[in-house]
Design a binder for this molecule. Structure first.
Ligand code: PLP
Length: 398
């Protein structure tokens, strides 16, 4: 056991990202739930105090212009862009991920054109994506075909309009092959829509490089934007001129203050906007993105893999045989930034997670039997991984 503690210490002192931890408000708990709600960067409360007291309190309506409120959705989109491999002008921030899934799926079917009547949907998707795609399909006269990501190439055909996939499986932490699947979708003449909720801020995505058509993602997980912070929508440059939003709100109009009865879409990412942006959440997200200044996603990915490798090793060494089984793939190419462990006795899952939280190790669970531990490399260290595994073993020993 002390061997792992020593290794954790050595790994932490060699960690080039270790100093970033100081940028966050943390306490003694080992916080392994940043894949659900990222931690608070320390400087955000003071920035929000300014937004509320000065921008809202003093400047009031003038802030739409003078404080840059109006252009915040595109400006913040451009700050997220390099984290997911997109050039400026392709991402707009606003609305929830669910709403952006709707925009993206409907827009994808419109871009795909007539004669294609199927939408393939990741059979293991986070539920909201499936619900929304189902409704979008009913509205547009398409049929949803649930397909496991690995089976997508075989399910593609001349009827496929669009394919909606999760980049990382929220339950198992499995990373899907975005470049390979996107290429297969294109070969069939369809559009690839990716949900990046569990990869944005955790690993390189390469949206432009891999020719992804449309993508959505949330900002309150690995991007630490705060509870309910607005999501983002990516539209590839080649699709922007034809992108036809199913929610053409007035803020996506070419001349929003012309207040004309006819809808004329704006150019570029603005076209993905709907109504008045939720400025307070949006500016909290903008402030929180400061922690990424000078941080490379490649370095974050390297640390993430080292952390999850180390945690898996500690779990294998500490936890009594036969109590938990990793469901997260061992292969790096197939692993996101979380480790999911299946409890062999499903009935004890909830009690195990409660006991962990009681002892200061915060993860979460997905019913019926999966314990989830998210590793956010900006503020989680190797000693945290060791401690989490040790306490898990203690909980399972009783
Ligand atoms: C977290 C998550 C969502 C959340 O959607 P909201 O509209 O923000 O509630 C959607 N899809 C995936 C894959 C997620 O992981």
């Amino acid at each position: 056991m002390s061997d792992f503690k020593e290794r954790a210490e050595a790994l932490d002192s060699a960690d080039t990202l270790a100093a970033l931890r100081e940028l966050f408000t943390l306490d003694d708990t080992v916080y392994l739930d940043g894949n659900s709600l990222g931690a608070l960067p320390r400087h955000v409360p003071a920035r929000m105090q300014d937004v509320i007291a000065r921008q809202w309190g003093s400047l009031r309506i003038r802030s739409w212009d003078e404080s840059g409120w109006w252009s915040a959705p595109e400006r913040i989109g451009d700050r997220i862009a390099p984290l997911v491999g997109a050039a400026a002008g392709r991402i707009v921030v606003g609305d929830s991920t669910s709403v952006n899934v709707f925009k993206a799926v409907v827009a994808a079917t419109r871009l795909a054109g007539d004669g294609r009547d199927e939408i393939l949907v990741d059979a293991t998707t986070f539920p909201t994506d499936g619900y929304i795609a189902g409704s979008a399909a009913r509205m547009t006269g398409h049929r949803v075909v649930p397909v496991a990501p690995a089976d997508v190439p075989a399910a593609l055909g001349p009827r496929t309009a669009a394919v909606l996939l999760n980049h990382v499986d929220f339950r198992t932490g499995r990373l899907h092959d975005l470049p390979g699947l996107t290429a297969a979708v294109h070969e069939a003449g369809a559009l690839a829509v990716w949900d990046l909720c569990h990869s944005a801020g955790a690993l390189p995505v390469g949206l432009d490089a891999h020719g992804v058509d449309l993508a959505v993602g949330c900002t309150y997980k690995y991007l630490n934007g705060g509870p309910g912070s607005p999501a983002f929508l990516y539209v590839a440059e080649r699709h922007q001129a034809a992108f036809d939003s199913p929610l053409p709100g007035w803020t996506s109009h070419a001349d929003p203050f012309g207040m004309t009865p006819g809808y004329v879409p704006a150019d570029g990412s603005v076209r993905g906007r709907v109504g008045t942006p939720d400025i307070l959440s949006m500016l909290a997200l903008e402030a929180s993105l400061d922690v990424w200044e000078g941080v490379s996603v490649e370095a974050v990915r390297a640390k993430s893999l080292a952390l999850t490798d180390f945690f898996l090793e500690c779990v294998a060494a500490y936890v009594p045989e036969g109590r938990v089984t990793p469901v997260t793939p061992a292969a790096h190419a197939e692993r996101g930034s979380q480790v999911s462990l299946r409890c062999e006795d499903a009935d004890e899952t909830e009690a195990v997670m409660s006991a962990l939280i009681e002892r200061g190790v915060v993860g979460d669970l997905r019913r019926p039997d999966v314990l989830r531990f998210g590793f956010t490399p900006l503020y989680v260290g190797f000693a945290d991984a060791e401690r989490a595994a040790r306490i898990l073993a203690e909980v399972l020993e009783v």
